[in-house]
Design a protein around this ligand. Structure first.
Ligand SMILES: [Zn+2]
Ligand SMILES: [Zn+2]
Length: 177
């Protein structure tokens, strides 16, 4: 059976952004990508003290999804995510697992009090999506600051890195495909 990478929007995600990812992810990961139906935000994820959402309930939902032709599943949410011990996360994934998650909340310039910039948001979303999917493909963080697998501590790290894998990460992936 042919398998696909599935994008799973939580709640409402801009359709043009999803289409951008559907079009561009296969150019970088060389795997067919499909969109799954939208799922509700997990009700147990919200932490009112932090005004943020815990990431693990999102990943739990993705883990339980039965999609027979899924190779990888990437959840996408608008809400600001955190995990215990970190102030926030751009995304999360299981190393070599099936599930990954990206939050676009801090990828939008408006989060930083700057005017909205759709193109910037789309490119950052592509980078963080490739990054989290890279973890599911077995890649750890890369020391090369221009590699998509470089860890983003802040949005400037995301802006510095490209949406592509560096030659070394590409070589690791080449054993997979
Ligand atoms: Zn990472
Ligand atoms: Zn790399």
């Amino acid at each position: 059976m042919e398998k696909f990478i599935y994008l799973v929007p939580f709640d409402k995600i801009d359709k043009d952004l999803l289409d951008f990812l559907l079009e561009n992810l296969p150019k970088i990961i060389s795997y067919s990508v499909k969109k799954y139906l939208s799922l509700p935000i997990p009700s147990n994820a919200y932490n009112p003290e932090r005004n943020q959402y815990l990431s693990s309930p999102f990943l739990d939902i993705l883990t339980k999804l039965k999609i027979p032709d899924s190779f990888k599943i990437l959840g996408i949410t608008n809400v600001d995510l955190y995990t215990p011990g970190l102030n926030f996360i751009f995304g999360q994934a299981k190393l070599n697992g099936r599930e990954a998650l990206v939050s676009i909340a801090r990828l939008d310039n408006s989060f930083y009090g700057l005017p909205k910039d759709q193109e910037v948001l789309y490119i950052r979303s592509l980078k963080e999506s490739v990054h989290e999917l890279g973890h599911t493909l077995g890649l750890s963080h890369c020391p090369n600051p221009e590699c998509v697998m470089h860890f983003s501590n802040s949005i400037s790290d995301t802006d510095r890195k490209s949406y592509n894998f560096c030659p070394i990460c590409k070589l690791s992936l080449s054993y997979l495909f």
